[in-house]
Design a protein around this ligand. Structure first.
Ligand code: GLU
Length: 309
């Protein structure tokens, strides 16, 4: 816990980081440092199970482009007790219910009035004790998921880069049927416990933010400031991925491109340096201003790398 606030990066250890991940991490680090904050690291391993190897590689990649962090990285799977405590707190407010629906049942159910498309239709919401017991027995040995009970259908927040963002909210999952803690719950509890008051991440997560703010409000936790960064796209215009060629530090090193070169290319894409310049992340701090960040996705064109970037 820190008293001066912290930014963070929270990778999922599912493989090597690519240029898009590295660029977002760099922006998050610059945001934190330029506002006098600490920077903390969290490995979001709840979803895919602990993969210590991938996490270590990712941390080494972040360090190679100059990103450092305060304290030891926090592993989300080690925080189960805190996550369960938050669910228990919500349950004590009458805001948690068991859901036995399969994905297919949710897709096939008629949607509730006023609900956004794709919203949970509320099938399991108002079960009596007897109905709940019967529903549980009917899916055994599968376990029910836990959902949040909310009457909100949408919420808006003010993003430092995107301005006002509005996204749908429904009775979203807190703990999945397989026992895994859901991302929205874990992220809220962990950010609060780690003293994070500034969340900078890819703009694909902007639509999850209202759910997270709702959880903060229900759990009596402060809401951090949010900045959602435009993603890096591949040459086809789709989100950058492995199919786009050499997009990880490892691949690029094989082409003779060093982590410092990558850092400089990313800094160029962020409008922080001009071609030919090379600056450390520390040196970039004084040049960084959120208002000057590009609002459009950066399109990665490997063949144009030498000249354009
Ligand atoms: N672990 C998520 C990811 O790698 C990021 C979560 C977050 O920043 O809130 O996409």
């Amino acid at each position: 816990m820190t008293t001066r606030g912290a930014g963070r990066y929270a990778p999922s250890p599912s493989g090597r980081l690519h240029l898009g991940n590295l660029r977002t991490a760099m922006v998050a680090w610059l945001f934190a440092k330029s506002t006098g904050r600490d920077f903390v690291m969290r490995i979001e391993d709840v979803d895919r199970g602990r993969d210590a190897g991938a996490a270590d590689e990712q941390l080494a990649e972040l360090a190679a482009i100059g990103i450092d962090w305060n304290g030891a990285p926090v592993y989300q799977t080690a925080r189960r007790t805190r996550h369960e405590a938050a669910i228990a707190e919500l349950a004590s407010q009458g805001l948690v219910y068991e859901c036995t629906c399969t994905r297919r049942e949710i897709l096939e159910a008629p949607s509730a009035p006023h609900a956004a498309p794709g919203a949970y239709p509320g099938t399991c919401r108002n079960r009596s004790e007897a109905e709940r017991t019967a529903a549980r027995a009917a899916i055994a040995p599968r376990e029910p998921a836990l959902r949040l009970r909310t009457d909100l259908h949408e919420m808006s927040f003010n993003d430092l880069l995107l301005g006002e963002v509005t996204a749908a909210i429904d009775d979203f999952v807190l703990r999945r049927g397989d026992g895994a803690i859901a991302y929205n719950l874990a992220v809220v509890v962990d950010d609060a416990d780690m003293g994070v008051d500034q969340v900078v991440r890819g703009d694909d997560l902007a639509s999850s933010t209202p759910r997270q703010i709702l959880l903060q409000q229900l759990l009596g936790l402060p809401t951090p400031e949010y900045a959602h960064v435009a993603l890096v796209l591949g040459p086809s215009g789709a989100r950058l991925a492995k199919r786009d060629g050499a997009v990880t530090l490892e691949d690029l090193a094989e082409e003779g491109i060093s982590p410092e070169d990558v850092r400089d290319q990313l800094a160029t894409s962020l409008g922080l340096i001009s071609a030919g310049e090379s600056l450390s992340l520390e040196q970039l701090v004084s040049r960084f201003a959120p208002s000057k960040l590009p609002r459009e996705p950066w399109i990665w064109r490997p063949e144009a790398r030498e000249n354009d970037c």
